[in-house]
Design a protein around this ligand. Sequence first.
Ligand SMILES: NC(=O)c1ccc[n+]([C@@H]2O[C@H](COP(=O)([O-])OP(=O)(O)OC[C@H]3O[C@@H](n4cnc5c(N)ncnc54)[C@H](O)[C@@H]3O)[C@@H](O)[C@H]2O)c1
Length: 372
Amino acid sequence: MRTIGVGLIGTGYMGKCHALAWTGVRETFGDGPAVRRVMLCEVDEDLARRRAGEFGFEASTADWRGLIADPKVEVVSITTPNALHAPMAVAALEAGKHVWCEKPMAPALADSERMTAAAKASGKVAILGYNYIQSPAARFIGKLLKDGAIGRLNHFRVEMDEDYLADAEAPFSWRSQASAGYGALDDFAVHPLSLTTTLIGMPSAVFGEMSKPYPDRPDGGGRRAVETFDIATALLRMADGVSGTIQVNRCAWGRKGRLQLQAFGSKGMIVFDQERFNEVNVYVAEGPAESQGFRQVLMGPAHPPYDKFVVAPGHQMGFNDLKIVEAHELLNRIEGKPSLNIDFDQGLAIERTIHAIARSSREGRWVKMGEA
Ligand SMILES: NC(=O)c1ccc[n+]([C@@H]2O[C@H](COP(=O)([O-])OP(=O)(O)OC[C@H]3O[C@@H](n4cnc5c(N)ncnc54)[C@H](O)[C@@H]3O)[C@@H](O)[C@H]2O)c1
């Protein structure tokens, strides 16, 4: 059986998700290469060694360039803060490695372009960590839209809300630094855009608004000015005339992982919320008026790839399972099989949309995609 060597950079929230995905992908899907967890990297040797023990990696380092240089590492997972994605991804691709980089690509558009060019020049597989497109529900919604279950799509709304920065006294972190990007746009809006890119299409023009609810946050003994915008709203005009909105808020008390999609069609509508991501609600305007209403479809073995995780309906998949599916799609792509991932090319289109929304917010006008 073929083996593929994996290197992991960063072992925080997403680092652990990647580590678990690499551990379980072959066991879950029963195909593809055996995964060898070669080396992981953290900011200091002690932490790296500890994490390597916990995550089952053979070796550890505090030098990400050393990890990339290791010939046993064939694919690199990048799960570090946003500002580090470009240097790490470009170096890995130039060294001839496949890359699985967390979203967003990079805070600066020029860096996202550099990453895309490096991917193209390398001929290697380079994908982004857009896990929400991997759920059975997202695939089911894609099928419903394609089959015309709700008629012609007229309009969509996607909202992503969490409350991890809702407390004005939450400490300052890399997420509030301008080096991480605009804020809620790079952190959250890219996820709704991954769904609309996959399920609906690309916008031709956008109108944006960004706001900053708290001007500063505790940092050490004092306070530090917040450099990012924690709330953002965008109107999207799609190429085929469909309209949509994206609203994102990192300060939304009560919302824990809400990523709600509403798709309105000429014959009905679809409602989905990531906080209940094993359910899809469908309304079709047919039959007697007194019987019309939403139908809740619970994801189960009939909705691939749920069956790879559990054979019984009603038992539900979880967030980390989406990362296992993502790893499987990445391995499929490496093996030249059809796969569902957002690669660096598509990721760059998402980044261009983000920068156009920010520009619109600054200039107070519609911005056409592709505008100089
Ligand atoms: N796909 C998703 O749903 C999702 C969710 C959360 C975060 N993310 C993305 O994942 C990335 C990381 O976010 P997180 O929440 O895991 O952050 P985190 O702060 O929990 O983890 C980042 C890790 O990177 C390590 N690190 C920093 N600099 C390093 C270096 N030079 N070398 C090695 N390790 C280094 C840190 O020590 C830390 O352990 C971000 O880009 C974020 O946008 C994606």
